[in-house]
Write a protein that binds this ligand. Sequence first.
Ligand code: UT7
Length: 319
Amino acid sequence: MTFSRIAGTGGYLPPRVVSNDWFAARLDTSDAWIRSRTGIVTRHFADESQTSSDLALEASRRALESAGVAASEVDLIVLATSTPDYVFPSAACLLQAKLGIKGCPAFDVQAVCSGFIYALAAADGFIKSGTARRALVVGAEVFSRLLDWKDRGTCVLFGDGAGAVLLAADSKPGIHASVLHADGSYAGLLSVPGNVSNGRIVGSPYLQMNGQGVFKFAVKALEEVARETVAAADMAIADVDWLVPHQANVRILDAAARRLGLPAEKLAITVDHHGNTSAASVPLALDEFVRAGKIRAGHHVLMQGVGGGFTWGATLATM
Ligand code: UT7
């Protein structure tokens, strides 16, 4: 039987670092409020000239390098983003061109903050079925482009960045199980309810959110999908070495880990210096903890996403 395994990771954060004080100088907010309610201290914002596929390119190069795989060997690209460069073509196709390769399938996945988990599950399916052997799976976002800088309830929460993994076919897992869910009846809790029509923006181009509604939903969803995924992998929560959840708010992450009975040492946290980078947050956190030598070969890593749609899901992988 063929499985898929994470053979390399990469991440990229644009150089501009923005502190909470930057917001406090413009809005009725404070460093103390943002830190205590979210755990966020700094986030990165892309330069105006940088697009999601630009950030994805840097993260992909690093993932390929760490896997020891050449771009020409990639036979599938799945890119999760809610902030693509264009309406079309997909950011995945633009990334493929920037990598200097052609021919392999390339497509975007739009599942907001669960996007990377959805993309990973899709690529895992391609590899297990024998359709691909080396897949580049990327989460890349320029969420700063969707923020209403006058809305203190949302603009302080997000950041830009990209993370990537090279998923390779292997005779042993690798990825043990993925569980995905969606419930569109919650669409109104978190959305950018606009589109482009007849040369105009129809609706709103800004992110809108019911913060407390999202908070409650996320804590419950993260706990439930962690239990489902571990069971699907025939493992127990105690077997998990690292929980790498979508980095939304440190209070959400702490609550989910506590409900699972996982100690704080097993929880990967990067939201303090990344903010919420939506589909990029899980692969960025994974890469940071791998490069720091904390997540190591043989570790069981439970990655989780939850976000707009609503969508949520998790993947359990042995590194
Ligand atoms: O990927 C998923 C994306 N979304 C999320 O993860 C968001 C999940 N939700 C949250 O993280 C939290 O709900 C927030 C951080 C957004 C808000 O924290 P909260 O503890 O739920 O605060 P709240 O919405 O109940 O607001 C409390 C007060 C309000 O003032 P009043 O009505 O009590 O006078 C807000 O207007 O805090 C006010 N407030 C702020 N004050 C200073 C909201 N944003 C700010 C701010 N600075 N940036």
